[in-house]
Design a protein around this ligand. Structure first.
Ligand SMILES: CCCCC/C=C\C/C=C\C=C\CC(=O)SCCNC(=O)CCNC(=O)[C@H](O)C(C)(C)COP(=O)(O)OP(=O)(O)OC[C@H]1O[C@@H](n2cnc3c(N)ncnc32)[C@H](O)[C@@H]1OP(=O)(O)O
Length: 303
């Protein structure tokens, strides 16, 4: 990911993304409904819809992995590929990330990817999660999260990897890292991302308690930058984007890199160890039991 200055952000360490896209339609380009020219053409994949607007240099990227945009291996992979595609296209300077699923921005890790799976699968899955975080956290593009639904755990991390967050004012749309309530522990780089956003003391409290903040509290603690009525989330995200794009790219990109590089480097230095920790932790019998029980609870809650 070369910057105009030649500085490189994240190394191209990614896995084998294309190999993961079994039966997906990534790369297909089709006219947007009612659209005409180039700026109105959309592309994407099964789980990530991209609506590019070449004129403004902004693309809207919609997560569509129903019912709750759980971060399956396929969704993680498709997100990385869509992000890379936009980054490599000089037309684009910013992405608005939002959800195509009603009431949920992103439910976080797809627990079915780590429940009852073998260690090799858990490792592959975790590496994909690391990769998406690294790519987003260090993206040279401006990323604005238009959070139009619930945003727990991994969903919150996706939002925190963006440069700016706009949350819809609905008490059901809570955001935060609730891992401890599942009996699991946020890894250090999720914790670092939290601390970088809301500070040490607030993170210490929120992480241990597994707090999920309703909009007004999320704004107060600094997890989001704006809380607006639901029907104004997209327009506010666009206004925020304009504010960020008013800054010359090279200056903003180098500043972003300066602010975030140390945090990303910490994971890059210990990526394998982090994967091993994750795998040995989630594959423990006791953790598998609590994940299973949590999933069961979620499924029963429905009826
Ligand atoms: C010492 C070393 C340490 C190393 C590191 C170790 C561990 C690191 C760990 C992990 C980091 C984890 C981060 C995570 O992201 S964990 C995931 C946490 N996510 C949640 O807790 C969210 C759970 N979901 C919800 O709260 C609700 O679903 C939600 C508010 C998002 C939406 O509510 P709604 O009422 O609309 O929908 P539901 O009826 O609840 O759900 C519909 C359907 O979807 C299934 N589902 C929901 N969430 C998940 C999920 N995260 N993964 C998989 N499936 C999910 C739910 O079970 C329903 O399924 P079904 O009944 O239709 O089959």
């Amino acid at each position: 990911m070369a910057l105009a200055s030649g500085v490189r952000f994240a190394p191209r360490a990614l896995l084998r993304p294309w190999a993961l896209l079994r039966g997906t339609t990534l790369g297909r380009t089709e006219p947007a409904a009612g659209g005409g020219g180039d700026g109105a053409r959309r592309f994407g994949s099964q789980r990530v819809l991209v609506e590019p607007d070449a004129a403004s240099g902004v693309a809207v990227m919609k997560l569509r992995n129903p019912p709750v945009n759980a971060l399956s291996l396929e969704l993680l992979t498709e997100l990385v590929i869509s992000l890379e595609k936009l980054e490599n296209d000089k037309t684009f300077r910013g992405i608005i990330l939002t959800s195509d699923c009603p009431r949920v921005f992103c439910a976080g890790l797809d627990l079915t990817e780590i429940c009852g799976r073998n260690p090799a699968h858990c490792a592959e899955y975790w590496k994909a999660m690391q990769e998406l975080w690294l790519r987003m956290y260090l993206s040279s593009l401006v990323l604005v999260a238009a959070i139009n639904g619930a945003c727990p755990a991994g969903g919150c991390i996706i939002a925190l990897s963006c440069d700016c967050r706009v949350l819809a004012d609905n008490p059901k749309y809570r955001i935060g890292l609730n891992e401890t309530l599942l009996g699991i522990i946020a890894p250090f780089w999720l914790k670092d991302t939290y601390v970088n956003t809301i500070g040490h003391r607030a993170s210490e409290q929120a992480l241990q308690l597994g707090s999920l903040f309703p909009p007004a509290e999320a704004l107060q603690v600094g997890l989001v930058d704006q809380v607006v009525p639901e029907d104004q989330v997209q327009s506010t995200a666009l206004s925020e984007m304009a504010r960020w794009l008013a800054v010359p790219d090279h200056a903003r990109q180098l500043t972003k890199n300066m602010m975030r590089k140390a945090t990303a480097d910490r994971l890059l230095r210990q990526r394998d160890a982090d994967t091993q920790n994750f795998v040995s932790f989630v594959c423990r019998d006791s953790i598998q039991k609590s994940l299973q029980a949590y999933l069961e609870k979620l499924r029963q809650r429905k009826g």
